[in-house]
Design a protein around this ligand. Structure first.
Ligand code: HEC
Ligand code: HEC
Length: 397
């Protein structure tokens, strides 16, 4: 077992429950900020207004500070890794790896998630029911030790000093946190990075142009046929990947009941008793309830063409194979330590049904998934790296 569950639990509980930084960081006092920012979101047609976190009101200055921190290699203990290292713009803010690699080379058990439309998620990470704000989430890569991602633990003062003594950052922090004598603390860093991420809103794909902007020919005939399939009872995709964000677990200014759903989609069935690999058991890691084994949050499918490999552990390489997985109603692993028939996992969601589809239908479904790719989002100049560490995707130039 690569990481002790108790350790993940205690870290996650600590970070999530305390919201960390609420005065608890090495004695730093962080006064609450006023709420009600009046921030003007520039939203795509058909998109709801995001719900602002009451303890992290949006401001343009905070977003700008967050953009710098997000791309800054000095955010890691050994100055090799930024948030963007695992969340590359050209891959819709994923990294193309099967599973992520921390600053000091430690393997993460999970696949880096896309940051597309994260502001609308009701919970964060693949299966963490406790992480409810972007700034609480940011503290995990900063301080997490199992595995180490950026390595802030025991190096917090040293990392903060890099920003405190930097002539470029001094005015950025001052503008983002006006009136604070020393805004150079982990809470303020996490909140700025969160504010930047909240602006990563994608809603101008061919699908959106056809659906919300009246451009009926933005979708190819194949994509339109694929759309029918995606929203059909035969395939059931939309039950878990529905709504404007192609994910059920959304929260925004207009939602009163927050929906946070987790499902087992039949990837594993180790030993025929429903088990998932030890370091990736999903919601079970928080509840230890058998029924929560292998339950993960359905991620948004926006920009999914760019976010391979797929699933919480990157164990499916292509969209073709993802569709094969669902068509079979679960994955068969014939040998090795993970052998078992996922289609027979006792905890599998009843919405994972097997179905047959023709070669043409499969191509149509993929054409539809590709129609969710938003190059206006990927190339948006507001999201670019101010340091030039992460070059702009060739397609954007
Ligand atoms: C070492 C690679 C790595 C680094 C560095 C990293 N992340 Fe991540 N990120 C991941 C992985 C892996 C996940 C999924 C974690 C999980 O489910 O346990 C993730 C998940 C997330 C999510 C959740 C997305 C969602 O839809 O729920 C957000 C937000 C995020 N990261 C933001 C950040 C920020 C901000 C930073 C910098 C402070 C950062 N990440 C640094 C790998 C990384
Ligand atoms: C019962 C709910 C459910 C249904 C129905 C469902 N999915 Fe999923 N989907 C999930 C969950 C949960 C995950 C993440 C599972 C994991 O990582 O273990 C996922 C992951 C994915 C991914 C990988 C995304 C990524 O970023 O890694 C794709 C692509 C996908 N589903 C497409 C589809 C398609 C196409 C259909 C219909 C054929 C479908 N899903 C039906 C729940 C569902």
């Amino acid at each position: 077992m690569k990481q002790p569950v108790a350790a993940i639990l205690s870290l996650s509980l600590l970070l999530a429950v305390t919201g960390c930084g609420g005065g608890g960081d090495e004695g730093i006092e962080t006064p609450p900020e006023p709420s009600g920012s009046g921030y003007s979101w520039s939203l795509p047609a058909g998109f709801p207004t995001p719900r602002e976190s009451t303890d992290n009101p949006m401001s343009a200055a905070k977003v700008e500070l967050g953009r710098h921190l997000f791309y800054d290699l000095r955010m890691s203990v050994n100055q090799t890794t930024a948030c963007a290292s695992c969340h590359l713009p050209e891959r819709a803010f994923t990294d193309g790896r099967v599973t992520a690699l921390g600053a000091t080379g430690e393997a993460h058990p999970r696949n880096s998630m896309s940051l597309t439309n994260v502001v609308y998620n009701s919970t964060f990470n693949w299966a963490n029911p406790l992480l409810k704000t972007l700034h609480a989430q940011a503290l995990i890569p900063m301080f997490g030790e199992f595995p180490l991602e950026l390595g802030w633990s025991d190096h917090e003062a040293e990392i903060l000093d890099r920003f405190r003594h930097d002539a470029q950052y001094q005015p950025l922090f001052a503008a983002a946190y006006p009136g604070e004598s020393d805004p150079f603390n982990a809470d303020r860093v996490a909140k700025a990075v969160a504010a930047f991420q909240a602006t990563l809103i994608s809603g101008n794909s061919p699908y959106d142009q056809a659906t919300f902007q009246g451009q009926h020919d933005a979708l190819s005939p194949a994509a339109r046929r694929g759309q029918e399939l995606f929203f059909s009872e035969r395939m059931e995709c939309f039950h878990c990947h529905g709504g404007f964000n192609f994910s059920q677990s959304v929260s925004h200014a207009g939602t009163s009941i927050t929906q946070a759903d987790f499902f087992n989609n039949g990837l594993y069935n180790i030993g025929g008793v429903g088990d998932y690999p030890l370091d990736n058991r999903g919601l079970w890691e928080f509840t230890q309830k058998p029924a929560d084994m292998g339950r993960f949050r359905p991620p948004t499918l926006r920009n999914v063409e760019l976010t391979a490999p797929y699933m919480h552990d990157g164990s499916i390489a292509t969209l073709e194979e993802v569709i094969d997985h669902y068509a079979r109603g679960g994955r068969l692993i014939s040998n090795g330590p993970y052998a078992g028939d996922g289609a027979r996992n006792p905890y599998k969601s009843e919405l994972i049904v097997s179905f047959s589809l023709t070669v043409g239908e499969k191509q149509d479904l993929i054409a539809f998934l590709h129609s969710l790719t938003d190059w206006n989002f990927i190339c948006d100049s507001r999201f670019t790296d101010p340091f030039g560490n992460f070059p702009r995707p060739a397609r954007c130039n």
